[in-house]
Design a protein around this ligand. Sequence first.
Ligand SMILES: C[S@@+](CC[C@H](N)C(=O)[O-])C[C@H]1O[C@@H](n2cnc3c(N)ncnc32)[C@H](O)[C@@H]1O
Ligand SMILES: [Zn+2]
Length: 314
Amino acid sequence: MEIPATASSTGQAIVSAEEQQSTPQPGCFSGALDCAATFLVCSVCRGPLANQPQSVVCAHGHSFDRAREGYVNLLRGKPAGDSKEMLLARRRFLEAGRYRAVSDAVNGMVAGHLARREGSAASVILDVGCGEGYYLRQLAAALPTDDALAPRLVGIDNSRDAIRLAAGSDPTTCLVVADVHELIPLASGSVEVLINIFSPRNPGEFARVIAPGGMLLIVIPQPGHLRLLRSLAPLLGIQEGKEDRLLAEYGNAFEHLSTMPVEYDLVLTGDEVIDLITMSPTFRHIAPESLDALRDLGEAPAGVRVTVLVFRRR
Ligand SMILES: C[S@@+](CC[C@H](N)C(=O)[O-])C[C@H]1O[C@@H](n2cnc3c(N)ncnc32)[C@H](O)[C@@H]1O
Ligand SMILES: [Zn+2]
């Protein structure tokens, strides 16, 4: 069912991007959170947030501290998500360029969309489940920075360690601790592009925050992703039929524009195999002895087989 632009998935009223931009802003932070209050909403009452010197606060007095590293924590429950060990392994693996082709595919789609949508009122590129921030950094490096109207990069993740790491590595991106299953703490219709890479989703919230005509990119593993490695190491399985389920789930609010496979082969070092397992959900289920045994494996083949699903908000 399509979610109206002014209602949350729980039915509570949420301020629209247009309404929020007319709300007086008492001041701006320096750094990544400057002017973030033009699109962030309170996770308690869902009203607009205004900047204070050390915090963001809504009209009802719900206040959220701005961390020294320059991010804000809007999570109501306890932070969860990936641990620091998982995130550091992810950072090593990604910074070595092992999924660079995935980020290049995403960047190309985003740049093409922005060129076609010049002058859109929505001003945010949002990464939901941004982890330690690799894909946002790649986008920041690829997109022009000299344009005052350039979209703001925003990342959310429910792991405080992830957001802290991301904030530390990119002072220009607005980073927020939030749970996508609960609320994406952004104004309705404020997002021009939403990217979601191997991370949890919320179709109702995606439909609410993305502006009409805006783009949704979902990156998922294909059933054959890392197949050879899977025969050597106990990685968690990939569900069959995931792509079809997503197409059905998003079909009401979004038009499916294309499906882009990204496929290539890698030979991983033993250390990279360990990092790949440590950064994946498998890590939560694997016994330390099994991980140690893999250290002696040496090089291992790994076929990257992922799919980028491209949608447009109706
Ligand atoms: C497999 S990682 C992918 C991270 C990043 N997109 C990448 O590819 O490097 C999944 C991420 O989703 C985050 N996550 C898990 N549950 C979440 C939730 N309910 N809300 C927001 N983020 C969540 C985790 O903390 C983790 O950083
Ligand atoms: Zn509030």
